[in-house]
Design a protein around this ligand. Structure first.
Ligand SMILES: [Fe+2]
Ligand SMILES: [Fe+2]
Length: 204
């Protein structure tokens, strides 16, 4: 493929278990469901960033760097909503997010504030990374040229977010500690991906 990928995107592609290639074909057949699920992914990203700001209000860099992300994610939500409207579709109800719920189950609840902060950053990094990877699959695998371009923009944007969350963790905590826990998160997510059924109506 001749297209240039940013370093952020390249980072992600080197570190994750690739999505089953059949997923994009399933997604293409259920694009309306994908759009609804995608809209809620963006809504949750915006909402979670607001929560992270309020939970970590003493961490200046978190406040400064996540504030514009809230706006960006909400902008993404609006872009997906506009795409639904264009097709005469309504937002509809949110579905149960099995992937995110299983990730939340891995977060440490009994640790100290540093451990909790670390997991808050890493779960976000992981969701951004996997979303970016899925958007890349859509940007390459969909037959509609317009939709391929639509998803390419999301791919670039979420790759930058992945890096941002890792950098925030490394700013406040020992890099070795961050890397060790990141390896645990990645291993957990790989197991999750292997055991989860492939569904064409979900981003993850
Ligand atoms: Fe987003
Ligand atoms: Fe994002």
């Amino acid at each position: 493929m001749a297209e240039q990928l940013t370093d952020d995107v390249k980072n992600i592609l080197g570190l994750q278990l690739p999505t089953d290639p059949r997923w994009v074909n399933l997604a293409e057949m259920q694009l309306e469901d994908i759009l609804t699920d995608h809209a809620y992914c963006e809504q949750k990203a915006a909402t979670t960033c607001i929560t992270l700001i309020t939970k970590n209000s003493e961490k200046e860099r978190v406040v400064e760097e996540l504030s514009p992300i809230v706006t960006e994610e909400w902008g993404h939500f609006r872009m997906v909503l506009a795409e639904l409207n264009k097709r005469g579709l309504k937002l509809g109800r949110q579905r149960k997010d099995i992937y995110v719920n299983k990730l939340i189950a891995f977060q440490k609840r009994d640790g100290g504030p540093d451990e909790r902060f670390l997991d808050q950053m890493l779960i976000m990094a992981l969701i951004e990374a996997r979303s970016c990877e899925r958007f890349k699959r859509l940007s390459e695998g969909l037959t509609d040229d317009y939709m391929r371009k639509f998803y390419r923009r999301f791919m670039e944007s979420e790759a930058g977010h992945y890096t941002l969350f890792i950098n925030l963790a490394e700013h406040y905590l020992d890099k070795k500690v961050v890397r060790k826990r990141w390896a645990e998160w990645r291993a957990y997510e790989v197991d999750l991906m292997k055991t989860e059924e492939i569904r064409g109506d979900r981003i993850h």
